[in-house]
Design a protein around this ligand. Structure first.
Ligand SMILES: *Cc1c(COP(=O)(O)O)cnc(C)c1O
Length: 366
């Protein structure tokens, strides 16, 4: 029944060659690996939230349009009035929806390194996936390479993360505009890190009919809820809505996200604190001398270790109780690179203390 040959006949070959998305076990570790907001809510706010949950009619299906939640998402994000809006169970689900809607065998294009789900979902659906390398060190778009790939492969869909994960930079705006002009299909601006970026294409939506802007509440501070959204031309959103499962935003998420966004000042204060810590961390990392830390418009910092010791540094940090993300395994321009999420001041201090020790021990063994 589960013999390899049986499996081979059941599943698409692309799925058989994939590996499942791996999430590291963070038990008993300071968790600086997944771009989560480190802060909780004040107790008074938690109590007020719990009062709202009392009214949840768990016996009923949720509002399939999440009407109230959609309205506050529009306000908080300054989504142009004429744009359509679709909500997803995380922006991961929206990535899946977008790719499911493409004709079989369509070409998907994105700069690399980029967000891994673009490739994972494309391949699982049997789509053609092409990653165009970013320029080393600046991590800027290689515009000539992007434009010639667009010309040659006519991608049905292009993903651009703005700012980019895992590099943290905002791509040059004019390069993005050039891509928007050249693209024969959809262009998705993935603004997952908008709360930390102070830059956006949201207000440009009406100028580009093939542009869609996607965001999430995950990095803002609600990763546990699973809520993402995408705005764009209503005729595009209308098509995507046909393949969205009707009750994809559960009632607890609808009530909680609505409540949270009504108290947006709490997140504004938290994200401001994270941005302050980001500047401090960037300087502290670069002051170590051995490390090159790259400027970031997101809630994480990518940094490069001395050649060949990124794995050792990563493991030493973990042994000292600090979990970050090891990117050197991906190779290419991420060789010797690690990524740390900005935590609380206390967590960040632990990380800096631990990396000092790691640098000393790893140096002494080479
Ligand atoms: C984290 C992240 C997402 C996924 O967000 P969810 O809403 O939690 O699914 C999407 N895009 C980028 C670039 C991300 O870094």
């Amino acid at each position: 029944m589960t013999s390899p040959t049986f499996i081979d006949t059941i599943f698409r070959p692309q799925i058989l060659t994939l590996s499942a998305y791996h999430v590291a076990d963070a038990k008993n570790l300071i968790k600086l690996d997944a771009m989560e907001n480190p802060y909780r809510w004040p107790d008074a706010l938690i109590n007020e939230w719990l009062e709202h949950l009392r009214n949840a009619e768990l016996n009923r299906y949720p509002d399939p349009y999440a009407t109230q939640l959609a309205a506050i998402i529009r306000t908080v994000n300054h989504i142009p009035q004429q744009s359509g809006l679709l909500l997803g169970n995380g922006s991961d689900e929206i990535i899946q929806l977008l790719l499911m809607a493409l004709p079989a065998g369509s070409q998907v294009l994105t700069p690399e390194p980029g967000f891994v789900m673009y490739k994972q979902v494309s391949l699982s659906l049997g789509l053609k996936f092409l990653g165009i390398p970013l320029l080393p060190e600046s991590f800027e778009l290689d515009l000539p390479a992007m434009l010639s790939a667009i010309e040659q492969h006519k991608p049905a869909l292009i993903f651009l993360a703005y700012p980019n994960n895992p590099t943290g930079n905002l791509f040059d705006q004019e390069a993005i505009q050039a891509i928007l002009k050249a693209a024969p299909g959809l262009v998705i601006l993935d603004e997952a890190y908008a709360p930390f970026a102070n830059a956006s294409f949201m207000t440009a939506l009406p100028e580009y009919p093939q542009l869609l802007v996607m965001r999430t509440v995950s990095k803002l501070g609600l990763a546990g809820l699973r809520l993402g959204y995408i705005a764009g031309h209503p005729t595009l959103i209308e098509q995507l809505n046909k393949i969205r499962l009707p009750y994809n935003i559960n009632i607890l998420t609808q009530i909680t996200a609505h409540f949270a966004l009504s108290n947006n000042q709490v997140f504004a204060a938290q994200t401001a604190q994270i941005c302050t810590e980001r500047s401090r961390m960037l300087q502290q990392l670069n002051n170590l001398g051995a490390i090159t830390a790259y400027p970031s418009a997101a809630n994480f910092i990518l940094f490069r270790t001395p050649t060949g010791i990124a794995n050792a540094i990563f493991n030493s940090l973990k042994q000292q109780g600090v979990l970050i993300k090891n990117l050197t395994l991906q190779g290419g321009i991420l060789n010797d690179c690690l990524r740390v999420t900005i935590g609380t001041a206390e967590e960040n201090n632990c990380f800096i203390a631990a990396i000092k020790i790691a640098l000393n021990t790893c140096k002494s063994t080479t």
